[in-house]
Design a protein. Structure first.
Length: 129
């Protein structure tokens, strides 16, 4: 096939693939038991609103104080520390403000947990509210 015929087909395929990727990103659904559907984007927004609230900031500070601003895995004290939800924030909304469900970790140790980032999806599947 001549190059001048192939090149427009490749460009068209790339445009189609990127449009398809965008469509998939926008229409990924999380099933709700009440027969309602929410996009992943909506769930992320809800989680951001909660995490930016004064209640959550006070809760986070109480976890850090309880653990004496020390990583519970490696013992590093001070610096940048993260509050890890042992049972993931997105999957267990009833435990979001339970101090016994949280631990203080440094970023390196936090990344090693079984539930960090998208690893939680492997354990718990799709989010259901």
């Amino acid at each position: 096939m001549a190059l001048w015929l192939v090149k427009p087909m490749i460009v068209e395929a790339i445009v189609f693939a990127s449009a398809l990727t965008e469509a998939v990103r926008l229409f990924v659904w999380a099933y709700q038991p009440a027969k309602k559907w929410k996009t992943i984007e909506t769930l992320r927004r809800e989680n951001q609103i909660i995490r930016r609230s004064s209640r959550y900031k006070a809760f986070r500070l109480s976890v850090l104080k309880r653990d004496n601003f020390t990583c519970q895995w490696c013992g590093i004290k001070g610096g940048y520390l993260e509050v890890d939800h042992i049972k993931p924030f997105a999957y267990f909304p009833e435990l979001r403000f339970d101090i016994n469900n949280c631990q203080t970790l440094c970023p390196n140790c936090h990344r090693k947990t079984d539930t960090y980032g998208h690893k939680a999806k492997l354990l718990y599947g799709n989010i259901q509210d």
